[in-house]
Design a protein around this ligand. Sequence first.
Ligand SMILES: [Zn+2]
Length: 335
Amino acid sequence: MELSAHGAPLRAVARPVPEPGPGEVRVRVQACGVCGSDVFLQDGGFASSPLPIVPGHEAAGVVDALGDGVDDLPVGTAVALYYISTPPGDAWAAAGVPNRSPAVRRMGVDVDGAFAEYVLRPRASVIVPPAHLPAPELAVITDAVATPLHALRRIARLVAGETVAIIGIGGLGSNAVQLTRAYGATAIAISRSQPKLDLALQLGAEHALRSDDDTVANVRALTGGLGADIVLQCADSVAAYEMAISLAGPGGRIVLVGSSAESFRVPPMQMIWSELSLLGSRGFVQADIEEAIQLRLDGRIAVDHLVETIRPLEQAQNALDDLRAGLALRTVLVP
Ligand SMILES: [Zn+2]
């Protein structure tokens, strides 16, 4: 499925099966999640993205063919894909943060992705899970779980016993709730939607608050008047960004995960007096996926709520429309 112009609907195109180059692996896609970044891509949010492009960045499948120099991955191996690659010798990748590299190449954004029957990946971006998981689960773990895991663990440096306020209970926020719980911390879920708050409670949120004028006061009441240690902002609204700062207690870390192109106001005195940190979290690194897979294998998180809606690949546009309309947390496309 191809995006030929920003704002245009995805359309099916026939292309030859791609041949893996040196160091590359051809993967037969078995499942690819559809997420908010795909909507962002279609709307023209990634200005540098070439067109036409095949979207799709959260995928799992089976090794189908190997390029020269790849000899440690038998054909038929079930794999998950890391959507980022970097050029050889990249300093950011060497430092363990390929997601920050100015030369980052993102599957489904900068190079063709997995809304397709086959996708090519560098060997280094192919992950072999330690035990079997169904492909749709594996696919959504690579982004919908890995993104909030990265934000909580690597960016906010969550430790057990802390309180995390999570704004926006969608594909990312819902998993932030379960991860917070899995890491021994307390989750306060905040959403405008009662069904999403119910989901958050099922996934282990200690408290679920309707987002309204009283949210700041309510979070303070739940935290001994202080505010949260971490605020994870996953909602797409300027008001949510500004509320996120107000929800943080002394020494609080506010992590921005949702992608809003609009600007918001930051109150400097509050930032200074409470020594708040305002942090951005971009995607994830490969180790985050590996940790997320292990948490799933250990039964410490569930992903059933992300794989409820499976659609054939040809319905990729319907899946994006559902996401825009707020009808589905995640859809998984199956070729
Ligand atoms: Zn995504």
